[in-house]
Each structure stands twice: as structure tokens, then as C-alpha cells.
Ligand binder design. Sequence first.
Ligand code: NAP
Ligand code: ZN
Ligand code: ZN
Length: 347
Amino acid sequence: MLSTKGYAALTAGAALRPFSFDRHDVGSKDVLITISHCGICHTDIHLTRNEWGISTFPMVPGHEIVGTVAQVGTDARKFKVGDRVGIGCFVDSCRTCKACRQGEEQYCEAGMRMTYGSRDEAGRITQGGYSTQIVVDESYVLKIPRALSSAGAAPLLCAGITTYSPLHHWEIGKDHKLGVVGLGGLGHMAVKIAKALGAEVTVLSTSEQKRNDAFKLGATHFALTSNPQTFTKLQRHFHYILNTVSAPIDYNAYLNLLQTDGTMILVGVPDRPTPLAALPLIFNRRRIAGSIIGGIRETQEMLNFCAEHRIESDVETISIEQVNEAYERILRADVRFRFVIDIASLR
Ligand code: NAP
Ligand code: ZN
Ligand code: ZN
């Protein structure tokens, strides 16, 4: 067993605090990764507070992990000691179902094994990246391209792939007007990636103070959602809307901003159901869809795409002691645009 230091929530809603635990030994196909950086995703907050009713404790959160390979298993071939690598939201899946065979492990019929809060074969709870090291099967480990900094790449492992995957799946690009709702961790990645794909991006935000940031990130337009005129001016405007908001919002109001045959894609996960009216869908044959992260192959493709287009996350690096304060700031939408923990502060 590998003695590991981390930060954990011991019960639902408890402040995170220092926590020591054991990682399993390095198996023949595993790599041991010394973690250097871990991003803070809003999902970490939902899960440490058990807002979706699926959490297990103690919980070491963190699924935007970058580090360096420290050891490789006897039959592991993909990486060598010293390689810079990443881990996203899952660390295993059944590998045999249709989704896994198609490289869409995130839709594994048996359910993916999450980086934290799942059970491994031995029945132990998996623990995430707010920790000094992690052991993962090489098939679920990503290569971090040289052009990307470690801190700027960490959020790509969740925020990056979660926005890249639907943009890619729906082939959103130069012929499309895209609305991005919510300019947080996911939203700012959506703007950068969609811009690189050639889409005309409008940010729909509750925060006037993010207007200039939106333009700097690559948006062409910015609309304040607290202004009722936004919802009349932009009626039937968009081909696609990507909704990244972490709280319940009126989906019907946003559906009205879609053209005929337009699609609103949900990636944000509010903690309670949101009423959906039939009429805004029916009148213009609109669609509503969802999407979760992306598979391993697509995540590598996204990392390579970001390296090629010089896209990183805009981060504020913090020490582990600042993690609880960072959670409060995320809840106030006071982050530009992702907190990343410098894991050296945990050693
Ligand atoms: P985040 O950084 O907190 O960003 C969320 C943004 O939503 C905020 O910055 C804010 O943007 C807006 N917002 C927050 N509360 C709002 C409210 N009450 N009404 C309207 N707008 C509000 O969070 P994140 O890390 O990007 O994650 C966003 C959501 O996606 C979370 O629910 C997370 O669990 C989920 N998620 C899903 C996946 C997936 O695979 N589907 C993956 C990762 C995360 P403005 O200031 O611009 O209004
Ligand atoms: Zn996440
Ligand atoms: Zn599967």
C-alpha cells in the first residue's frame, strides 16, 4: 500500500481537512503518478455536499489531475518515468460494452469507475486528486502535450473535455451561432474552444463584470441574462446553446432563443429538477440534449487540439489550505476562471 496525503470531506458538507490514506500498489498495467496540480470543478462542491445524493465518504475530491509518472507496472507500455500525464473524471470502465468498445467510456453500460467516490475491485472507495499521488491503469491516463503548462492544462481534463465533446459531437463551427450560458470554469473553456472551431459565440451571463473577459476569451457578443430585453432581442437567434450553469434556470426562456431545429445542450447539473414546457420545443422543432465529459480517445484529441491552438484554462493557482475559501468563492461566481491547487503545498 502507498501512504498518501490528501484533503478530504469526512461527511457531507464538512469543510475539507488533511486526510491520510493508502493507495493500492502499482499493478502490472498501472502507472503511479506524482500529482503536481489539480483543478477545482464545481462538481467537487456538489459531491462533497452530497447535493446529488450519490456521494460516499470520506471523500478526497479532484478529477482535473496533472502530474508526472513516478513508476510503471511491469506490463505497462504507454508511459515512462518522468512523462507528464493527466487523469480526468474516470479511472476505469467495463471495457467490453458497446460504448467502451467505441471509445465512449463515459457512457459505459456498467457505469464508469469515477476517479473519486466509486468502488474499486477490492471494494475500496476511489479517492481523487487533492492528494500527493494516484495509481491508475495506463489505458485511462492521458499524455499532456509539451506546449501546455501543467496548471493551465489541469482544467482541460474535465472543463475542457466537457465542452469540447458536445461541440465536436454536434459539429459546431463556422456556420453556427452558439450561446454559452454561464461564464465559469466550463463556460470559459467553451468560449475558447468554440472560437477556435470558428463559431460565433455569445456569452449569456448573470455577471456584468465578466463582459470584458468574455470578449478577451473570444466571444463576439455578451448578453446579461438579468436584463429581460436579452430574451426578446435574441429570440430565434442561436443554432446551439450550451448551458453550463450549476443552478436551476428557466430552460424554457433559453429554448426560445433557438432557431428552428436549434439544440440546447445541457452540461451543467442543477441540484433539483427544472420544469420543461412543451410549447417552446414544439413550435420551432427545437431539441434539448445532454452530454457528459468525453472518452479517453476524445480527451487526448482535445488535449492535442488545445496544444495546437494554444488554448489553456485561465487559472488562479492556490495552496491546499485555501481550498475551502475557494469553494465559497466559486459559489459566489468569483473566479477567473478556474482554481487550480498547487499540490506541492500538500507535501
Ligand atoms: P462554475 O465555475 O461555478 O460556473 C458556473 C457558472 O454558472 C457561474 O460562473 C455563473 O456564471 C453561472 N451561475 C451560477 N449560479 C447561477 C445561477 N443561480 N443562475 C444563473 N447562472 C448561474 O462551475 P463549473 O465548474 O463550470 O461547472 C458548471 C456545472 O457543470 C456544474 O453543475 C458541474 O457539476 C457541471 N459539470 C458537468 C459536467 C458534465 O460532464 N456534464 C462536467 C463538469 C461539470 P455567470 O457569472 O456568467 O452567470
Ligand atoms: Zn468536473
Ligand atoms: Zn463499458
